[in-house]
Design a binder for this molecule. Sequence first.
Ligand SMILES: Nc1ncnc2c1ncn2[C@@H]1O[C@H](COP(=O)(O)OP(=O)(O)OP(=O)(O)O)[C@@H](O)[C@H]1O
Length: 190
Amino acid sequence: MYEAERDPYCYPGTDVLKNKAGLTSAGALERFETAMTFARSEEPLPHGRLSASHYRAIHHHLFQDVYTWAGKYRTIRIAKGESLFCYPENIASEVARLFAWLKRHRYLQRLEARAFAKGAAHFLAELNAIHPFREGNGRTQLTFLTLLAHQAGHPLDLDKLDPDAVLQAMIASFGGNENVLADIIAELAA
Ligand SMILES: Nc1ncnc2c1ncn2[C@@H]1O[C@H](COP(=O)(O)OP(=O)(O)OP(=O)(O)O)[C@@H](O)[C@H]1O
């Protein structure tokens, strides 16, 4: 999925991420990852104040059974399709900047539905452009967004979520158009 040269996260000569179960087949790892993160997502999430450390704790919670680096920022450059994400040396400062933005905007609380959707889309687009973790960004983003929306009084109905539409909206947001993402969030919150 990711394009990374001589990726120290992978078993040599493969694109399979080193994992706690020692699985060297991509399919087996995918099944293991899905099962483990699903089980963890059924448990109560770590408490926190919607901060950067809270975000890391959520990634750690979901991926702790699979990767030793759960909850830790990546150390290599990664890209998906045309999108080259934040360089690793800038991740900590960019994450700090983004969560300071969220705090300054009072965690998007006390906003009307459309204003919430717009703010949440901006936050999500920025978070995705940073892509702080080697893997598991999408699931952590969605978990955090669900929490943020709930606390802001605009709970999301995830049954309505269309993964392909979200992917297209995320790609558009990387190119600077956050409107499609805002429309999706508004629809999920309606
Ligand atoms: N070409 C792209 N440009 C920008 N963002 C992308 C692109 N392809 C995928 N994404 C976004 O990257 C995130 C997925 O990142 P990652 O693969 O680290 O997470 P994951 O949880 O392992 O995967 P998934 O979300 O597919 O379950 C999603 O938010 C997705 O929308």
